[in-house]
Design a protein around this ligand. Sequence first.
Ligand code: ADP
Ligand code: MG
Length: 102
Amino acid sequence: MVDQTRVVTAASELARNAYVHGGGGTLLIEYPRREGGNGLRLTISDNGPGIGDTDEVLADGFTTGGGLGHGLGGAKRLVDDFTLRSAPGQGTTVTVTRWAGP
Ligand SMILES: Nc1ncnc2c1ncn2[C@@H]1O[C@H](COP(=O)(O)OP(=O)(O)O)[C@@H](O)[C@H]1O
Ligand SMILES: [Mg+2]
């Protein structure tokens, strides 16, 4: 009962990033439970060049790839929990969770 359009849109942007900027990667789908509801959690990982400044790349309009630069910031706004882990040479992992219920 998670509102799927939000999650699918975020997944699309993050998968695109893994493909375009990270050279391809993996997607893990989990269904976490917590008191008061269930969630949908996606973890998108790649072994690409990584990101030096993870705050900078979240700013709307920031791009190094000639895109629109709204992918990461947009994805963050579409989910409840957003974690970006990356470092130069270490690849990139983004985890997003959307919780169902009120
Ligand atoms: N998986 C990734 N690996 C390396 N760099 C990334 C990755 N995802 C995003 N980035 C960096 O963050 C910037 C912003 O990403 P995003 O907001 O999706 O905009 P866009 O993809 O349009 O450039 C990218 O231009 C790129 O520099
Ligand atoms: Mg993008």
